[in-house]
Design a protein. Sequence first.
Length: 135
Amino acid sequence: MSATQSWQKPRTADFTANCAPTVGVVTACGELDAANADQLADYAQRCVMHCRWLTLDLRGLEFIGTAGFSALHRINVMCSAAGVHWALMPSHAVSRLLGICDPDGTVPVMEPTVESKDAAKGREPRLLQLVTQSS
């Protein structure tokens, strides 16, 4: 009798961070689960100490587990405590998880706009300016 073993490739994610005084960008690609979700929060925490706006670019995530959502919640708390504005750019997998775990939309999500593309490139997002109408 021969036993056949099936080995699954461990889930991995690659992280990069670019932190400047105004804008920090943390990028994650691959698969985010309990084995590496704390790394995402660690990268974000390092950026939060140095920037006013944090963008999480998660468009490269093919999978995200509930531990990833817990990391996003921790990032939300960190940013709030530090007075840092933040938002994430989701992949399909991230959007799906947020739809289940965050139906009230407490995690800030960017739509793919010019502003989010600027933030992903390390430039400070442009804010809308209200102009009063003259009488």
